[in-house]
Design a protein around this ligand. Structure first.
Ligand SMILES: *[C@@H]1O[C@H](CO)[C@@H](O)[C@H](O)[C@H]1NC(C)=O
Length: 474
């Protein structure tokens, strides 16, 4: 097993050192690479001899892990069609502007363009080193790097939790796998299984996952969420206000100036497309895109904030319904833990040692929200960017590609305990701040209001209607 961990570390070092990573790669919001985001992952890279035991049972109490529930986001992916269209629009805009200038230069001689020389260089630099290579059919698909993200996560988890994800569980088909129906999630759940089988040295791989959108995309079916937040501009007013606010205006002016574009042509959405181009090419192709040179860390933090605002108001604490739309998942997870923890008669079938749930940033954020995590005293708004530098709600840290929320049930001398990890780092339940692995019954008591409540049907006021295609593409 040590060999597995060590070779994974070397493989990671080999792939990460080769890449020229922009300074602000940890600020790409939900388009952040796991290795640029996660503190746990970074410490793994920094010290390959580090004690990889992730468990924090109380010292002096004998414990052994008996069940793992892992809620995992899909890996690095291509842009969705909506993003690809924005990228195409930006690319066309730049090319038209260059042609216009070339025409003007031919007519009036080379001197006239002198004032624009800097921006001319920037624009030519981007256009000479970058071609529009995205096509609509890439639409949110998992990239090869995304498969690798999930394969490596599975390998690390199998090494950390051999009693749950080791050879016996894999051979016996005892790892339960549920996934969202989106192709990037299906590809991710397959890659995860590849990783498990590889780690357990079991071939061939028989995929045995099931699709469950009712659990992993329950928000799609929640009428009051869809009508009240997703389709409701007022619910996202802070986002629209920030887009037109002073921080974004200054950044648009800077980037438009660099590229020599008229300010009104570089809309906030096209500015965002330029920023995310930098993130996509890092995450998909492992290279530093020429688009990255338009931004510095200060700029990236402004873009990150815009994105955090959107996720906060659309997917997290911003509106209560954002969280309640995920009640089915919350109940499912605790039912699974209940079953795994309860004493059984010898004749009962043993519970699943592991339950893997593959979904989206939109699946993880409301779940973390229901647990009461990453909630700041003050909500982020369009006006308090500067007061929010130390905020806890930071999507780049919470939901990078392959983000994960791990719940480990431990069988201990004093009874079952539960430990939570976010992106492979231990995190405490807000109501139980003194304990890394509190007694499971205390965790249940802390969430009693949700276990007895959190009524999806009541909160949602009915099922969402119509064959809409939701704009939920994280
Ligand atoms: C839209 O959002 C606002 C602000 O959250 C809310 O007051 C209003 O009721 C919502 N509209 C609908 C149709 O739900």
């Amino acid at each position: 097993m040590l060999f597995v961990v060590t070779s994974v570390v070397f493989a990671l070092l080999a792939t990460t050192t080769a890449v020229d990573v922009p300074d602000f790669a940890a600020h790409f919001c939900s388009k952040t690479r796991y290795e640029d985001s996660s503190a746990a992952y970074r410490s793994l890279l920094a010290d390959s001899d580090a004690d990889r035991s992730l468990l924090r049972a109380p010292s002096g109490e004998r414990c052994s892990p008996v069940h793992l529930t892992a809620l995992v986001r899909h890996g690095s992916r291509y842009p969705t069609v909506k993003n690809i269209r924005a990228i195409r629009q930006l690319s066309d805009l730049l090319r038209r502007e260059r042609e216009r200038r070339d025409g003007r230069q031919v007519r009036s001689g080379p001197e006239e363009g002198e004032r624009d020389q800097d921006s001319d260089t920037w624009m030519r630099d981007v256009l000479s080193r970058w071609d529009m290579w995205y096509t609509d059919d890439m639409d949110g698909q998992l990239a090869a790097k995304g498969r690798e993200d999930l394969r490596q996560l599975a390998t690390r988890l199998a090494a950390a939790f051999p009693s749950m994800l080791g050879e016996e569980s894999v051979r016996g088909g005892r790892v339960r796998l549920l996934t969202s129906s989106k192709h990037r999630c299906i590809s991710s759940v397959e890659a995860f299984q590849d990783g498990l089988h590889l780690a357990a040295n079991v071939t061939p791989v028989h995929y045995r996952h099931q699709v469950d959108d009712g659990l992993l995309r329950a928000f799609d079916g929640c009428r009051d969420y869809v009508e009240g937040v997703e389709k409701n501009r007022t619910a996202l007013a802070e986002v629209h206000k920030f887009k037109r606010g002073p921080e974004m205006a200054a950044l648009r002016k800077k980037v438009a100036g660099k590229l020599g574009l008229p300010l009104h042509d570089l809309t906030p959405d096209l500015l965002e497309a330029a920023f995310f181009l930098c993130s996509y090419e890092l995450a998909i192709k492992s290279l530093r895109s020429p688009w990255c040179f338009l931004f510095d860390t200060h700029d990236a933090k402004v873009m990150e904030y815009k994105c955090d605002l959107k996720l906060f108001w659309k997917r997290a604490h911003g509106h209560a319904i954002n969280l309640l739309a995920s009640c089915p998942l919350f109940h499912h997870v605790f039912r699974t833990l209940d079953k795994a923890g309860w004493p059984r008669r010898a004749s009962d079938a043993p519970p699943d040692p592991a339950s893997i749930l593959i979904g989206h940033a939109e699946t993880l954020l409301p779940f973390l929200g229901l647990l009461g995590l990453y909630k700041d005293e003050t909500s982020p708004t369009a006006d308090n960017y500067h007061a929010q530098h130390g905020r806890r709600f930071r999507s780049s840290q919470l939901v990078p590609y392959a983000a994960n929320v791990l719940l480990v049930l431990l069988d201990c001398a004093r009874g079952p305990r539960l430990q939570l990890l976010v992106n492979e780092a231990p995190v405490r339940f807000p109501a139980l701040p003194d304990d890394d692995a509190p007694l499971y019954r205390d965790v249940r008591a802390a969430y009693r209001h949700l276990l007895d409540g959190c009524d999806y049907a009541e909160a949602c006021g009915g099922a969402a209607t119509g064959g809409r295609t939701p704009n939920t593409e994280l």
